[in-house]
Write a protein that binds this ligand. Structure first.
Ligand SMILES: [Zn+2]
Length: 215
């Protein structure tokens, strides 16, 4: 099912143009290439004519409030700050979403693994290893941050990537394309560079509409 094929990838600055929007990006993720092939066709959700958001699969959290992220590995220092900032950006939206760092007495919904995953063409990703039952996630799902790229990103961009991944973990798919005008670029645009160029560092109205449609 779709959630089992979730993949995250981004093109870093200067990536060869021939790779943009192509499943070539997924050459190391052969079994999880499906979202790449949809890249060029993600335009509008026909059921929401004024929206562009797209839902990622059919699984979701039973609620969007009081969700918790935890450091699985490596998410310290600037990366912990990025997660905290990203969570606060979602929490500040006009939606049910509130995300905080897990404590010893809370559940964990997002396990954040920060490491140098190498020259993978993704700066962050939200692969779903979770089980889904009756439409709901039954345990924590991963969120991966790739320091190979993120180490050179400033704090604003690190948090942007983290916020984008949280969007996936909340159930949003990519929307839009590299050529989109800034007026329609949302947090769930697949490209780091596009979001940066358009100063989209957190959820935009369309991202929030997507969440409010889901929760
Ligand atoms: Zn993404």
């Amino acid at each position: 099912m779709l959630i089992s094929t979730r993949i995250e990838y981004f093109l870093r600055s200067g990536a060869p143009p021939t790779m943009k929007g192509s499943c070539v990006d997924c050459k190391n993720e052969i079994n999880r290439c499906h979202p790449c092939s949809r890249h060029g066709s993600l335009t509008r959700d026909p059921s929401h004519s004024s929206s562009r958001y797209s839902s990622l699969g059919s699984c979701e959290w039973g609620r969007a409030s009081n969700l918790r992220w935890a450091n699985y590995a490596g998410t310290t220092g600037a990366y912990a700050t990025a997660m905290t900032t990203a969570a606060s950006r979602w929490t500040a939206t006009s939606s049910p979403v509130t995300i905080y760092k897990a404590t010893a007495s809370t559940a964990t919904h997002f396990q954040v693994n920060t490491a140098n995953f190498g020259n993978t063409h993704w700066s962050g990703r939200a692969p779903s290893y979770a089980t889904c039952a009756n439409g709901y996630y039954t345990r924590a799902i991963p969120l991966q941050l790739n320091t190979y790229y993120l180490c050179s990103y400033n704090a604003q961009r690190k948090a942007m990537v983290a916020a984008h991944e949280l969007g996936h973990n909340l159930g949003l798919n990519h929307v839009g394309r590299e050529s989109d005008a800034c007026a329609v670029v949302t947090l769930m645009n697949p490209f780091d560079d596009v979001r940066t160029n358009c100063s989209v560092y957190g959820p935009k109205a369309d991202d929030v509409r997507g969440i409010n449609a889901k929760y």
